[in-house]
Design a protein around this ligand. Structure first.
Ligand SMILES: *Cc1c(COP(=O)(O)O)cnc(C)c1O
Length: 529
């Protein structure tokens, strides 16, 4: 054993838990799931995954944090799948080893374009964790490639015989990642609605070329809100649910609050830390800080969970773009969504209500579901709430920063000039914030979550490096022009064009259904019959 590696056995007690009671627990003990708002308690992992959002509107949280039953040193020699098993089994305690390994093997294999699944890249004191080598070249694949398998396994375990059909409204990215995850998974289907003319050329092509007989993509004659409202209505339609049930079908959602999306995201922080050790970037036991480009607060919350398990993470740095609700929250203790919403070059972070933050609110309130429910009610009625001073004190592991559009472009430019390494706009928000933070963090290395391939945001990335010769915005684009940008990223980065990009270029259009907002229900019925 390498000196210092027993550090991983240190149990970081989650805030507010009864320490003595936790000590009595054994490794094999079940982790059960409770709603953050108190309405549901004691669900098994598989039921929590199937349920998604708790009926009281809350999010499922584990009733206690498990701890690693292996040392960090043991993890160093494991490949991604093996490591994933040893992390996820701690949370999904009602899955058998065989079930969980089957899910993992189906999710993380040659659908990723790097054998390691998540490679790392080092620049100065930052290490980038490349989470974008899956089929849609963005980090949501890390969770959405495994969620369908967790769901179908969970359905079997709970005697659910119906096929599960995922309904989603998308403004671009999540829809494609969900389609790619559920495509051809037996026992599932997926219908994605997107606003016609409301997604980028690349995003639309990605969706309408999706393979898989169980996938359906529908362009609606309305905006994203219309699509979202329409989908919510379908979820609440009892008559529709009954008639589908007779046909052996039930709806579910692949929302980012599902515990089945959160847990798989813990794995790559353990992976990143152990690969940094293997690459001798850090010494055993050394603490690293983590910086995450944040939208819905899912990815950074997974890093927080990794820290609770015993991973030597120092600070958790939350990076926002100009929609900096979270930055303001960490500074003042007031969460206030009443502000102007701006569209940025890091669109997947353009969010004013970060739904996964509710889980953190629950922890810092001392696992007080009543209090959490009150804050969430305030958020719903007045659009804001303020946490107590005691709660704010418990945020001491967190740091926050934000990047303006100019900061974001400069970060791409500077890292490219300095290290010949190309990052996308989302990663650049985190790189800017991490760069500022590194100026006085006592020399620790920062692990930066790299959430999208530069190929996915080619225009912004090429503009950042080459300047106005490639304008940041254009009123109209063409497939030829988009392709030129892709070739530009290829020559700048020196990395092969990913399959996901080639597919957009060459694959035939497979989905051409369109419908009026009012006809969404009829469209679903006809697609499912
Ligand atoms: C979704 C997304 C994010 C934000 O992640 P959260 O878990 O919602 O905080 C950041 N970058 C990219 C590229 C994304 O797709």
């Amino acid at each position: 054993m390498v000196p210092g590696t027993d550090e991983c056995l240190v149990f970081y007690f989650p805030l507010g838990y009864n320490v003595e009671k936790l000590k009595e627990r054994t490794m094999s003990e079940n982790v059960l799931y409770n709603s953050t708002r108190g309405g549901v308690t004691g669900l098994t992992a598989s039921r929590a995954i199937l349920t998604g959002l708790a009926p009281d509107g809350g999010l499922f949280v584990p009733d206690h944090f498990p701890k690693f039953d292996k040392t960090i040193d043991d993890f160093r020699s494991m490949d991604y799948r093996e490591l994933a098993y040893h992390v996820m089994k701690l949370f999904f305690t009602d899955f058998t080893e065989e079930e969980l390994r089957a899910c993992i093997n189906a999710a993380y294999s040659d659908n990723f374009d790097e054998e390691e699944i998540v490679p790392l890249a080092e620049t100065g004191r930052m290490t980038f964790l490349e989470l974008y080598h899956g089929p849609t070249i963005a980090f949501k694949d890390m969770a959405l490639q495994i969620l369908p398998h967790l769901m179908t396994t969970a359905a079997k375990k709970n005697g659910v015989e119906n096929d599960i059909v995922i309904l989603t409204a998308t403004s671009g990215d999540t829809g494609k990642a969900a389609l790619a995850g559920f495509a051809d998974v037996p026992g599932t289907g997926i219908i994605v609605f997107y606003p016609q003319g409301g997604v980028s050329y690349f995003q639309e092509r990605q969706m309408v070329t999706q393979r898989g007989d169980n996938t359906h993509v529908v362009a609606i004659d309305g905006n994203f809100d219309d699509a979202q409202t329409g989908v919510k209505k379908l979820f609440g339609d009892k008559e529709l649910a009954e008639s589908l049930n007779e046909k052996g079908i039930q709806f579910s959602s692949a929302n980012s609050i599902n515990i089945g999306r959160l847990v798989p995201q813990i794995v790559y922080y353990v992976w990143g830390y152990t690969r940094m050790l293997n690459g001798e970037e850090i010494k055993p036991g050394e603490t690293v800080d983590v910086c995450v480009p944040t939208g819905n607060f899912g990815n950074i919350l997974a890093a927080f969970y990794a820290k609770q398990l015993g991973l030597p993470i120092g600070k958790l740095i939350c990076a926002s773009n100009t929609n900096k609700v979270l930055f303001d929250f960490f500074g003042s203790g007031e969460y206030d969504k009443n502000r102007e919403f701006t569209l940025t070059i890091s669109p997947s972070m353009d969010i004013l209500v970060s739904s996964n933050l509710e889980r953190l609110i629950y922890y810092i309130s001392g696992n007080d579901a009543t209090k959490t429910a009150e804050f969430m009610k305030e958020l719903q009625t007045s659009g804001k709430y303020t946490i107590t001073p005691e709660m704010k004190e418990r945020l001491s592991d967190f740091r926050a920063g934000y990047a303006t559009e100019a900061d974001t472009l400069k970060a791409i430019h500077d890292i490219y000039e300095g290290y010949d390494y190309l990052i996308d706009t989302h990663t650049a928000v985190a790189a800017h914030v991490a760069g500022e933070y590194l100026k006085n963090n006592d020399g620790r290395r920062v692990l930066v979550a790299s959430t999208a391939s530069p190929y996915k945001f080619a225009r912004s990335v090429v503009h950042a490096v080459k300047g106005d010769e490639v304008p940041l915005t254009v009123s109209k684009t063409s497939p030829e022009e988009e392709w030129k940008l892709i070739e530009e990223v290829n020559s700048l980065s020196g990395r092969d064009i990913p399959q996901a990009v080639m597919d957009v270029k060459d694959a035939p259009t497979r989905h051409s259904t369109t419908c009026a907002v009012a006809d969404m229900k009829d469209t679903v019925i006809s697609l499912l019959s």
